[in-house]
Design a protein around this ligand. Structure first.
Ligand code: FRU
Length: 535
């Protein structure tokens, strides 16, 4: 009996400490950002449009809510917002190896891309099919705890991505090394060939290959060992990008430049993030422009997103014409909302990980050279519901509640004149002392999540992010998306972006405007509740 009582007491104590803090399942589930129905996800893979559908493949663990057993999950959408999750596209597989086949070797399906093979140039599409989809991915080979190799492989699908067949002669590219991954393939029309970028991760280099049939790849050139080399290089993405004219529009006969994105280091030491290089690509070599843009922070390369939670973004292949009605098209990219420093520890269940709102990208001329601009796809406005608007709010060392208690799934557009205030901005998902602060202070945009809710799951999580930012004609423009555990902030028409996760203890909170140490004026603030986009 005594033993029994002790067991009960221990169990009760355990359930209090272990489960007492846990939120019920789904608590932090984003409502209009993609997340898998359950389990762990990381990088977006194989982004491609085909036959009326945008495909989103993603790094997925079919067996659990932490990284492992990497496979490709799959979802499709007709508008890049409402996603239908489909069955697993590519699974990790095991095969006997060693003498007498006694050892068991595992090949996990790491990141990669997908293309539509128009006219069956690869010869992979089954007889009678003109086009098929081809996925190009890294096979990560392990035996027990030992990693043996990383090489590039193909799989194809003749039924709009519903089922996939691995190519019989895989791998198609094998350097017999362990750090060679993330093939990003696109069709290069001027020379009728496919181009692949893949990273030699620990050498901080990208290798560029060409192929006419996706099966035989020839090395063309390398780029690397510059920019941020504090972390391994991952997920390269090379693409032509329109240069916007002064009014922010892309003109018919506008100029193009090429951008090479690399997932690598972060302005805050010890974290991972994304950097980009602007230059030219002639079908063989990527040549970087040293002056575009001039790095703002010395020793830090050009930062894609100043938050901690935007990584491994790649571009869509084969976008339909409607995305480039106003001239050469702006690429659309999707990134993974997480950071490897604490990725496995996020307090969410039964899912872990989400994708960004798809972003349209371009380059803009600025006094410091060509600058990347990122904007949420304009289709997002179709989710707008109830709207609240305020104009000409003058604050003198004051704060003002804009919404008392609102569901944390909304969009805000705000324009303010910082005036002589020391700090001016918005407090979001606020309940008592709990708040997420977005503020302009001393030439910088900051997102402060130190009191945003649960920050205790990792000592790497609580932080203040900051991006350099200057008012335009005296005005700071913010476009903010809050979605339960996701915050994406686009400043000055996408010149700066900060993306961060938050884990508030309530699903509703207030929205407050504030100015500290002086006077500021909000010219207007508009809040839209956003409708869920889950299917
Ligand atoms: C990036 C990454 C890739 C790799 C994949 C494995 O987040 O590390 O380099 O292919 O994730 O899941």
């Amino acid at each position: 009996m005594r033993k029994f009582l002790i067991t009960i007491i221990v169990l009760a104590a355990l359930s209090h400490t272990v489960f007492g803090q846990a939120k019920q399942a789904e608590f932090y589930r984003p409502q209009y950002h993609f997340s898998a129905p359950e389990n762990w996800i990381n990088d977006p893979n194989g982004l491609v449009y085909y036959d009326g559908e945008y495909h989103l493949f993603y790094q997925y663990n079919p067996f659990g809510n932490v990284w492992g057993h990497m496979s490709w999950g799959h979802a499709v959408s007709k508008d890049l917002l409402h996603w239908r999750n489909l069955s697993l596209a590519l699974s990790e597989y095991t095969h006997p190896s060693g003498s007498g086949g006694k050892e068991l070797t595992k090949t996990a399906i790491f990141s990669g891309s997908a293309v539509v093979d128009k006219g069956n140039k690869s010869g992979l599409c089954p007889t009678g099919t003109k086009d098929c989809m081809v996925a190009i991915y890294t096979g990560n080979v392990t035996q027990g705890d030992q990693q043996l190799a990383q090489h590039q492989n193909l799989a194809y699908s003749a039924n709009r991505g519903r089922t996939w067949i691995p190519y019989a002669n895989n791998p198609v590219l094998d350097l017999k090394t362990k750090e060679f991954r993330d093939p990003n393939v696109f069709w290069y029309a001027p020379q009728n060939k496919w181009i692949m970028s893949a990273v030699k991760a620990t050498e901080h280099r990208v290798a560029f290959y060409e192929s006419k049939n996706l099966k035989d790849w020839k090395l063309m050139s390398h780029f690397g060992q510059q920019g941020d080399t504090t972390k391994v290089w991952e997920c390269p993405a090379l693409m032509p990008v329109p240069v916007l004219n002064e009014t922010g529009n892309s003109a018919q006969n506008q100029q193009h430049k090429w951008i090479l994105f690399i997932s690598a280091g972060h302005p805050q030491k010890g974290f991972v993030g994304m950097q980009y290089f602007v230059g030219d690509f002639d079908g063989t070599t990527f040549k970087v422009d040293k002056e575009n843009p001039k790095p703002i922070l010395p020793a830090v390369s050009n930062v894609v997103d100043y938050g901690k939670d935007y990584y491994a973004a790649i571009q869509y292949n084969d976008l339909p014409a409607r995305h480039h009605s106003d001239g050469p098209h702006k690429p659309i990219m999707v990134g993974w909302l997480n950071n490897w420093e604490y990725a496995n520890k996020l307090p969410t269940t039964p899912f872990k990980g989400a994708m960004s709102i798809p972003r349209q990208i371009a380059l803009k001329r600025t006094p410091t050279g060509l600058q990347l601009v990122q904007q949420p796809i304009s289709e997002i406005t179709s989710l707008r519901g109830v709207k609240t608007e305020r104009r000409a709010v003058k604050l003198n060392n004051q704060s003002e509640i804009l919404e008392e208690s609102t569901n944390n799934a909304y969009e805000i557009e705000a324009e303010f004149i910082p005036g002589n205030a020391r700090r001016v901005g918005l407090k979001l998902a606020k309940n008592g002392n709990e708040e997420t602060i977005i503020q302009y202070v001393n030439g910088k945009l900051q997102l402060d999540r130190r009191k945003s809710g649960d920050v205790s799951f990792s000592d790497r999580f609580a932080s203040v992010e900051e991006a350099p930012l200057s008012p335009k004609n005296g005005v700071i423009k913010l476009h903010i998306f809050v979605d339960k555990s996701v915050v994406e902030v686009f400043a000055n028409d996408g010149e700066r972006v900060i993306t961060d996760l938050i884990f508030p203890n309530k699903q509703t909170g207030s929205i407050e405007l504030f100015a500290e140490g002086g006077t500021a004026e909000f010219k207007h603030v508009t809040v839209w509740q956003l409708k869920p986009a889950r299917q």
